[in-house]
Design a protein around this ligand. Structure first.
Ligand SMILES: Cc1cc2nc3c(=O)[nH]c(=O)nc-3n(C[C@H](O)[C@H](O)[C@H](O)COP(=O)(O)OP(=O)(O)OC[C@H]3O[C@@H](n4cnc5c(N)ncnc54)[C@H](O)[C@@H]3O)c2cc1C
Length: 489
C-alpha cells in the first residue's frame, strides 16, 4: 500500500481533510489537476489568471432539451481549487437548510437523529479558527455608494464574514490573492499539509478510481487506489487504504462514471443517483452606472450582503455587493440587454469605455436540485442540464426590481443585467441515509463501495442559501476526524 489516503482535488473539500490526516502522521497523496501557483504568481493580469487558475468555462446545455436559459458555470483548476479564486465570503448554512437536507435525503447524525446545525457547529468553529474568518468592514467606494441607496429604501447591507485577514490591501480575489490575506485552502491547509509530509502531485489528473470486487456477488466492492496522468504524459497508479474524491460537483460524477462504478457494483439505486440532484444557486448581476468613477474592479468584491430575503417564503434570494467581475474581459462577456441577449458592438463599447463608473449587485437565488450531470449515451460527451424554471425567473424578477430601486436611490443613472451564471455548484453526489436518494452515507462513504469517499460540493443534499465553501470545509474537517477515529485509527 503506497498511502493511507489519496485525496483527489485540493479545493474546499480536499483541503481540511488532507491537512488533518497529514497532521496525524498519515501518509497522504493530494492529486490536483491544476498548477501550483502561490502569492508571487498572482498578478492583476486577467487573461493569464483565467488561463492558469480557472477551469475552462462550462455552460449548461439546456437548449438541447428544448429549454430556454443557459447558465455559465465557473470553477478553479489549480492548487486550492475554487478557493484560490473565490471572493472569500464565509457564512454558515442557515438553520432552515438543515431541515431541507433531512427532507432531501433523510440525513442523520451518529445518534440516529436528524442532522442539525449542532452537528456541524464544532467543525464550522474549527475552520473559522484555521482560516481567520472575520467581519469584513473595509467597504470600498462602490459598496458605500450602493448601500447609501439601500439604506434609503429600508434594506441596508451588512458586512459579510470573510476568510480574509486584516492584511488585505483590496488588491483583488478572482485572480489569486497576492498578499495571502485571503485564506483559501491553498494557504490554510494545502501548504501546511505539505510541510507535515503530504505529497502533492499537481498538473496531475486522476482518470480512474481503481475498484476491485471478488467473484461472489456478496463480496464488497473496494477502492484500492487511483490511476492518474502526471504532467499530462506519464500514466501512474498508486494505492491507498482510502480514496477521497474532492474534484468538485461538476467533475466528481464524471470521475465515478469513467471509473466504471456502475459496471462493477451494478445498477444499484445509489449508483443511479450519481450526477442527479444538481443545484447551483443560479445567479445574475445587476450593474449600476454611476456619475463618478468608482474603480470597483480594483477592490475586494462582495463585502456586503442582504440576507433578509434568503428563505424561499421571503423571496428566496441573497444579495451581495459590490461587483464588476474584477476584470474588463469578464465584465464585457456577461452584460446583456433587457431581453437577455448578450451585448456587442457599439453598445458594448460604450459601456466598456465607462467600466470605471460601474458597481453591481450579485443576486443568488434559492433554486431546486433539479439539474443533472451525465454522459451522452451516443457521443460519450459531458452534458450538464440545469433548468431556469418559472419559479427561478420570478425570484429573479423580484430581486432585480429591488436592486434597481436601490441602485437608483444610490444615484445610478442606468442599470444593466448579466447572463445567468453560477459559482456554487452542489449536490451531484448527495450524502444521506437513504441509498435511493443519495450516493454517499452520512460519513461521505459511497453506499456501495468500501474505502471510497466523496468530499466536495457534490455531497450537499440540497442547495445552501449562503456561499457554500465554509460548509464544504466544515464537512471536510468532520470527515478527517471521522477517518482518524475509525478506518485510519
Ligand atoms: C469565482 C468564484 C467565486 C466564489 N466565491 C465564493 C465565496 O465568496 N464564498 C464561498 O463560500 N464560495 C465561493 N465560491 C464557491 C466555492 O469556491 C466552491 O463552492 C468550493 O470551493 C467548492 O469546493 P469543492 O471542493 O467542491 O471544489 P473546488 O474547490 O473547485 O476543488 C476541486 C478541485 O479538484 C480538481 N480536480 C477536478 N478534477 C480532478 C481530477 N480528475 N484529478 C485531479 N484533480 C481534479 C480541480 O482542479 C479543483 O482544483 C466561489 C467560486 C468561484 C469559482
Amino acid at each position: 500500500m503506497n498511502y493511507d489516503a489519496i485525496v483527489i482535488g485540493s479545493g474546499a473539500g480536499g483541503g481540511p481533510v488532507s491537512y488533518l490526516l497529514a497532521q496525524a502522521g498519515k501518509k497522504v497523496a493530494i492529486i490536483e489537476a491544476g498548477g501550483f501557483y502561490t502569492a508571487n504568481d498572482f498578478t492583476r493580469f486577467e487573461l493569464v489568471a483565467l488561463r492558469t487558475l480557472w477551469a475552462k468555462p462550462r455552460w449548461t446545455q439546456n437548449y438541447e432539451l428544448g429549454l430556454e436559459g443557459e447558465i455559465a458555470l465557473g470553477m478553479g483548476r489549480c492548487v486550492g481549487g475554487s478557493t484560490t479564486i473565490f471572493t472569500a465570503v464565509a457564512h454558515r448554512a442557515p438553520e432552515f437548510n438543515f431541515s431541507e437536507w433531512y427532507e432531501a435525503t433523510g440525513l442523520k447524525n451518529d445518534s440516529g437523529e436528524r442532522f442539525s446545525p449542532a452537528d456541524l457547529a464544532p467543525h464550522y468553529k474549527q475552520v473559522e479558527r484555521d482560516t481567520g474568518v472575520r467581519k469584513y468592514t473595509e467597504w470600498d467606494e462602490g459598496m458605500k455608494q450602493i448601500n447609501m441607496g439601500f439604506e434609503k429604501i429600508g434594506h441596508p447591507f451588512l458586512p459579510v464574514n470573510a476568510f480574509i485577514t486584516p492584511r488585505c490591501d483590496q488588491s483583488g480575489c478572482l485572480f489569486g490573492c497576492p498578499t495571502e490575506a485571503k485564506r483559501g485552502t491553498l494557504v490554510s491547509y494545502i501548504v501546511p499539509a505539505i510541510y507535515l509530509g503530504a505529497e502533492l502531485f499537481y498538473n496531475s489528473t486522476v482518470t480512474k478510481i481503481l475498484i476491485s470486487k471478488g467473484k461472489s456477488s456478496d463480496d464488497p466492492a473496494m477502492a484500492t487506489g487511483v490511476e492518474f496522468l502526471q504532467e499530462g504524459k506519464e500514466k501512474r497508479r498508486i494505492s491507498s487504504k482510502v480514496v477521497i474524491i474532492a474534484a468538485g460537483a461538476l467533475n466528481t460524477p464524471h470521475l465515478l462514471m469513467n471509473s466504471g462504478v456502475g459496471d462493477i457494483v451494478g445498477d444499484t439505486p445509489s449508483v443511479s443517483q450519481i450526477g442527479r440532484n444538481f443545484g447551483v444557486n443560479t445567479a445574475a448581476v445587476v450593474f449600476g452606472r454611476f456619475g463618478k468613477p468608482l474603480n470597483n474592479w480594483l477592490m475586494h468584491p462582495l463585502s456586503g450582503h442582504i440576507e433578509e430575503f434568503s428563505q424561499k417564503e421571503k423571496g428566496g434570494f441573497l444579495l451581495e455587493a459590490s461587483e464588476v467581475m474584477e476584470g474588463p474581459l469578464s465584465f464585457s462577456q456577461v452584460m446583456v440587454d433587457s431581453d437577455g441577449i448578450p451585448l456587442w458592438g457599439r453598445k458594448q463599447k460604450e459601456i466598456m469605455e465607462n467600466y470605471r463608473f460601474y458597481a453591481g449587485i450579485f443576486v443568488n437565488i434559492h433554486d431546486k436540485n433539479d439539474g443533472r450531470i451525465f454522459r451522452d449515451p451516443e457521443t460519450g460527451l459531458e452534458k450538464i442540464y440545469k433548468p431556469v424554471t418559472a419559479d427561478d425567473k420570478s425570484r429573479f424578477r423580484a430581486a432585480k426590481a429591488l436592486c434597481q430601486e436601490g441602485l437608483e436611490a444610490a444615484g445610478a443613472q442606468k442599470t444593466l443585467d448579466s447572463v445567468y451564471l453560477s459559482h456554487h455548484v452542489q449536490g451531484s453526489c448527495r450524502m444521506g441515509q437513504d441509498p435511493e436518494r443519495s450516493v454517499v452515507d452520512a460519513n461521505c462513504k459511497m453506499h456501495d463501495v468500501e474505502g471510497l469517499y466523496v468530499m466536495d460540493g457534490s455531497v450537499i443534499p440540497s442547495v445552501i442559501d449562503a456561499n457554500p465553501s465554509l460548509t464544504i470545509m466544515a464537512l471536510s474537517d468532520r470527515l478527517g476526524k471521522y477517518l482518524l477515529s475509525s478506518v485510519l485509527k
